[in-house]
Design a protein around this ligand. Structure first.
Ligand SMILES: [Zn+2]
Length: 370
């Protein structure tokens, strides 16, 4: 076997109720002057309470707010701010894009990284990977980091208060692990990759069983299984499978769709979930099996129950003309895109037709008789 180097997991993971308070001692061992990184005004109060808790434990933290998604300009500004203030660690507290930015800044500066996911919308708190976007949210590339965070704090009492749509988005992103990895990696001879793919299947089954209950009731047992599945287990699968446990079409379609303008910008998992439906449609067209069609029907039903988009109209595009959608398809089908990991060849036009098949059916009020 050729040489493999893995970044499977954060050095320490603290999960459950009260994880933040329980982690203060670990934080004192990792840094004395951390930068608390965040973005949204809705989490500002929480981040300033973190700052006070840290101060009571002899840690003199300083705050910085990002202006955009994880973009080069913000990374540069936060890195300069961090250096000017002699920061020796990053505490990234927010959604996936804040976590990605925090991990990348710590990686560039060679300092410790602590991730505190404030929702279960992605597994970004876990992985040694950051996605880079333009200031207006267009996906540019992903960057592999030297290591996973030193400490991941998954405090249930905090994550539970996040809007339910973030959990739904996390569920769509996490179920995609199975549909994508089983297509690209199920024939791998590497035991780690095989195990990662099987773990993705078990996770999908758990999310199918518990997802709706978790979405409806954040105080249920289902919520714990589902939130941790999305934010933690999905990260383990990425860490174990590594670069050879590739995505297929759902993520490249997400990357393409981020190039377009939206009335309300969808969350990462909302576009990945839609991309997954398009992937299953492509599989259906390119195989004689009934399985992709059945999986697509099952998934449309599941995503709909979680209020996730299942049609072009419901992803809130400003302009869903063929020309606009063609732009997304061109990006998704670039050379070296993971979309070419599909077991059949795919061209921009095939993808465009597949996306356009998800027009919602006209309602009776849309139909006018002349
Ligand atoms: Zn994702």
């Amino acid at each position: 076997m050729s040489l493999n180097i893995h970044n499977i997991s954060p050095s320490e993971v603290v999960r459950g109720e009260g994880s933040w308070t329980r982690s203060l001692e670990s934080i004192t061992k990792l840094c004395k002057r951390p930068l608390i990184l965040g973005r949204s005004s809705s989490t500002r109060k929480l981040r300033s309470s973190f700052e006070k808790d840290l101060l009571l434990n002899g840690i003199d933290a300083i705050s910085f707010e990002l202006d955009h998604d994880c973009c080069e300009l913000d990374i540069q500004n936060a890195s300069i701010f961090s250096k000017n203030n002699n920061c020796d660690g990053i505490i990234a507290a927010g959604g996936g894009k804040v976590l990605d930015a925090g991990k990348l800044i710590a990686d560039l500066l060679g300092i410790n990284c602590i991730t505190v996911p404030l929702s279960a919308s992605t597994c970004a708190g876990w992985t040694a990977l950051s996605n880079i976007y333009s200031p207006d949210g267009k996906f540019i590339k992903d960057i592999t980091l030297k290591k996973c965070p030193n400490l991941l704090i998954f405090d249930h009492s905090i994550v539970r208060t996040a809007p339910s749509k973030t959990l739904a988005s996390g569920i769509a992103d996490a179920v995609a692990k199975w549909y994508e990895s089983s297509l690209t990696s199920s024939t791998s001879q590497d035991g780690f990759v095989q195990q990662a793919v099987q773990m993705a299947r078990v996770l999908r089954d758990q999310l199918f069983l518990n997802g709706f209950q978790a979405f409806k009731d954040p105080l249920s047992n289902s919520w714990e299984t589902v939130a941790e599945g999305c934010a933690l287990t999905a990260g383990i699968i990425g860490g174990l499978g590594g670069v050879r446990c590739r995505t297929a079409a759902a993520h490249p379609i997400h990357n393409g769709l981020t190039q377009l303008a939206y009335k309300n910008k969808p969350l990462h998992g909302e576009l990945v979930g839609f991309g997954l439906l398009v992937q299953l449609h492509l599989e259906e067209k390119n195989s004689n099996s009934q399985l992709p069609k059945q999986a697509k029907t099952q998934l449309i039903d599941f995503l709909s129950k979680l209020n996730l988009p299942t049609s072009i109209e419901s992803i809130c595009l400003r302009n869903a003309s063929s020309n606009e959608l063609q732009k997304a398809c061109k990006f998704a089908c670039k050379d070296h895109s993971d979309i070419h990991q599909l077991p059949f060849s795919i061209k921009e036009q095939d993808l465009l037709e597949a996306i356009q098949s998800f027009q919602s059916l006209p309602t009776s009020s849309d139909i006018s008789f002349k």
